[in-house]
Write a protein that binds this ligand. Structure first.
Ligand SMILES: [Zn+2]
Length: 306
């Protein structure tokens, strides 16, 4: 089936601005003082397209158009075409109906931890629903990013406990969790940073690449004596085990994996609460738990590690 042609935004490749380096004074004076200044700043920072190719293949020209929120957009010079395109096409702002100046101010506040609804309502004069929607949207983007691009935990001098646990039984059946889904995870004993990944099986071929992706080299890894863990590369990690069939704490070495065991308990309790109300895939839920824990450092009351 032929795919309908679409507008092609032309973006300036750029390093995105670092919010922490922009002061409030600069924001209000140099970025959001008016619509045109804001648009120019967004374009020069790669956040809005600097050019647009029409569906017909012609390069479009900047034009004014009252039908768009920004009053500006792109117009095709081809006489038989003459299409208009919003300047937001292909950008983060596409589809939003809020003025760009307000959105940029919101993003600044959000990124610099001025996130309370009261603060945003007072300063942006947005309704509570709008504020909640945008905060949820940004949070979802962060969780998604965390899923695709996780930050490994541990490192030299750190101890990470790892374990596998079976998640999901009939209790979750209203959600989309498969019954009996294995989840592999770990927790840094010191920072309490975690990772949790749904896995098809518990073979070395599955678990070892995950260890290498989610745990930094130089980490001391503690686990039970599951055979797959024998393949943990000794060149990258120090690996200690505890025999769970004999003891939960190895009497000679003091090795235990009780921190990761309580992590599973907390995560499962949390999942039980949210799977029924929000049936999104398990990996997204787990990514959100990890995001909350590692990045927001806002451990939900049901998730306790101690
Ligand atoms: Zn055209």
């Amino acid at each position: 089936m032929a795919v309908a042609p679409s507008f092609q935004p032309l973006l300036v490749p750029t390093i995105f601005p670092v919010i922490e380096e922009i002061t409030l004074k600069q924001l209000f004076r140099n970025i959001t003082i008016d619509k045109d200044t804001c648009i120019a700043w967004l374009k020069s920072n790669g956040l809005l397209a600097t050019g647009m190719m029409c569906k017909c293949g012609r390069i479009m020209r900047p034009g004014t158009f009252s039908g768009f929120a920004d009053g500006k957009g792109w117009r095709c010079p081809e006489k038989s075409c003459k299409k208009f395109a919003s300047m937001r096409i292909g950008s983060f702002f596409e589809g939003a109906h809020i003025p760009l100046t307000e959105l940029v101010e919101f993003l600044y506040f959000w990124a610099d931890n001025m996130q309370t609804t009261a603060f945003l309502h007072k300063n942006l004069v947005w309704g509570e629903h709008t504020i909640t929607d945008w905060k949820n949207f940004l949070r979802d983007l962060c969780v998604e990013e965390f899923l695709v691009n996780p930050q490994p935990i541990g490192g030299p001098g750190h101890i990470v406990e790892i374990d596998e646990s079976k998640f999901g039984h009939r209790k979750y059946s209203r959600g989309r969790m498969l019954s009996g889904q294995w989840v592999f995870g770990g927790i840094d004993r010191e920072t309490k940073d975690i990772f949790m990944i749904p896995v098809q099986d518990r073979s070395a071929a599955t678990l070892v690449p995950l260890i290498q992706r989610y745990i930094l080299p130089g980490t001391t890894i503690l686990s039970d004596e599951w055979a797959s863990y024998n393949s943990i590369p000794a060149a990258s990690f120090q690996h200690l085990t505890v025999n769970h069939s004999l003891n939960f704490v190895d009497p000679n070495t003091g090795v235990h994996t009780q921190t990761v065991d309580s992590t599973w308990g907390g995560a499962k309790k949390w999942l039980r609460n949210c799977m029924t109300t929000n049936p999104i895939p398990l990996d997204t839920h787990l990514s959100e738990v990890c995001w909350q824990n590692n990045v927001e450092k806002l451990v939900s009351p049901t998730l306790s590690w101690k």
